[in-house]
Design a protein around this ligand. Sequence first.
Ligand code: GAR
Length: 209
Amino acid sequence: KKRVVVFISGGGSNMVSLADACAEPGFPAEIVAVISDKPTAGGLAKAEARGIRTYVFERKAYAGKAEHENAILETLADINPDIICLAGYMRLISGDFIRPYEGRILNIHPSLLPLFPGLHTHQRAIDAGMKIAGCTVHFVTEGMDEGPIVAQAAVPVITDDTADMLAGRVLTVEHELYPMALKLLAEGKVRMERGRAEFTPADDAAIAD
Ligand code: GAR
């Protein structure tokens, strides 16, 4: 099984969906640790309840961004994960952090990227008059919410939607999409190559046989 570390800042519902998928027989990955930048993140207790080791690295405990990231990198080096999943981790990670894990870091963003990267994504989708919204799992590169797309799911935007209502509808499909995308990466069926997501083609010959 591939060893996965999940990064959170908040409620951790995506982390829980990944943990539940990993608990299914035959799933090709296991969550070996959860890392939060917020001691108050609700996801920490949910991880501990599942017997997953947790670590908190509060940004303000460190002099700068580099020191904060280096502390996390040291712990990661001990854990030696195959894959990192950002799941509501509300911090931009630097190129130096990404480099040792290039092509092995996934993020979920609650919009149909490349539309509406960054914050307040649901309100911006509503303000733009979008009739569909959704979520994207992508490889993490230096630009915010810019890396190659692994998977997307769509939901309708409904008349008089509030940002909260839309966020809840998107979150339900996030919980389906993220485990599916992690499975693809853990099985080696998607790889980041030359800045693109490359997928193993379905084996049509095997089916024809
Ligand atoms: C999710 O909707 C996730 O896509 C979003 O935060 C929420 C976290 O919920 N992530 C971002 O906005 C990243 N820029 P969760 O803590 O319950 O998984």
